[in-house]
Design a protein around this ligand. Structure first.
Ligand code: NDP
Length: 292
């Protein structure tokens, strides 16, 4: 039997709608419109598309969007000075510095400069620490999206499920594993040194692949009925010089075995911006009504 396809596009639309409702309620109650500042250094075409989409969807959700486009040769000091101005700007509740940054800039130092209260990407050590300690804070967007999608497939209670996360990056793998642990899953984290990855996969009720290797997870690695969340975005060449996006999971094989699966594109991808908008409202609410 073929798997249920988890429609990330539709679920993301619902999440953006919820963010818009909360933004409107905050503005009606306090007069404050949540604001998101996005900083782009250089003109990487993929990053420019992301930033444009973020701005468009921020405005569509009734929030203020502030775009800062800096030249590729901007110094680290000038970028940090901008971040500090945004930290102090009462119209800005969320700050996102688009990664990757040009090689001459130390991205760790830039992230450290962001006020954790406005860190809507959830990347500052303060927010990462809160996630480890289970003390709230702003959670990275793509991992949050993975959990929402898993709950769509399995219902709100993930307790006791065997979860395997392939990948341990700070941006995706680690926070996904921590969030699944917070949901009382039994979590295994796999990485490039893991032995018998296929064996680990075959035990997983929830399998999250965040590797960056096209179609690495094969259909016969998947436990029948498992929920497969494919974070990978890989562009592969096709005949005739064209390219196509694929995930880290061999989708056609996997959908014959899995219970539910996210497609690429249209699965995890759209959730990232939706969760960014949610984080922006959460940050604005906390800044406008501290302790509420
Ligand atoms: P990283 O390159 O930072 O991390 C990749 C992880 O995969 C590492 O932990 C690495 O292990 C592990 N890995 C590499 N090879 C293997 C292997 N053969 N077997 C098992 N594990 C392996 O990538 P990211 O976490 O940033 O991104 C992962 C993927 O998700 C990419 O395709 C990226 O494009 C996509 N992505 C999608 C987003 C979305 O919105 N949908 C957002 C962010 C990322 P080790 O630690 O040992 O090196």
């Amino acid at each position: 039997m073929s798997a249920t396809i988890i429609d990330g596009k539709a679920i993301a639309e619902t999440v953006r709608g919820e963010a818009a409702d909360r933004a409107a309620a905050l503005e009606a109650a306090t007069g404050v419109k949540p604001g998101l500042a996005v900083v782009l250094v250089g003109n990487d075409p993929a990053s420019e598309v992301y930033v444009r989409n973020k701005a468009r969807l921020t405005v569509a959700a009734g929030m203020a969007s502030f775009e800062h486009k800096l030249r590729a040769n901007t110094s680290e000091a000038d970028l940090i000075a901008l971040v500090e101005r945004l930290n102090a700007d009462p119209l800005v509740h969320g700050i996102l510095v688009q990664m990757p940054l040009p090689g001459h800039i130390d991205s760790d130092r830039v992230v450290l400069a962001i006020d954790p209260a406005k860190d809507v990407d959830g990347l500052t050590p303060a927010n990462a620490g809160r996630l480890v300690l289970g003390r709230g804070g702003l959670v990275p967007c793509t991992p949050q999206g993975c959990i929402i999608l898993a709950k769509h497939a399995l219902g709100p209670d993930l307790a006791g499920k065997e979860a395997l996360v392939i990948g341990r990056s700070i941006l995706v793998g680690k926070p996904v594993a921590l969030l699944l642990q917070a949901e009382s899953c039994t979590v295994t984290m796999a990485h490039s040194k893991t032995h018998d990855l296929a064996g680990h996969c075959r035990r997983a009720d929830i399998l999250v692949a965040a590797v960056g290797r096209p179609e690495m997870v094969k259909g016969d690695w998947i436990k029948p009925g498992a929920v497969v969340i494919d974070v990978g975005i890989n562009r592969i060449a096709q005949e005739g010089g064209k390219t196509r996006l694929v995930g880290d999971v061999a989708y056609e094989e996997a959908r014959e075995v899995a219970g539910a699966i996210t497609p690429v594109p249209g699965g995890v991808g759209p959730m990232t911006i939706a969760c960014l908008l949610q984080n922006t409202v959460t940050a604005a609410e906390a800044q406008v009504r501290p302790g509420a």
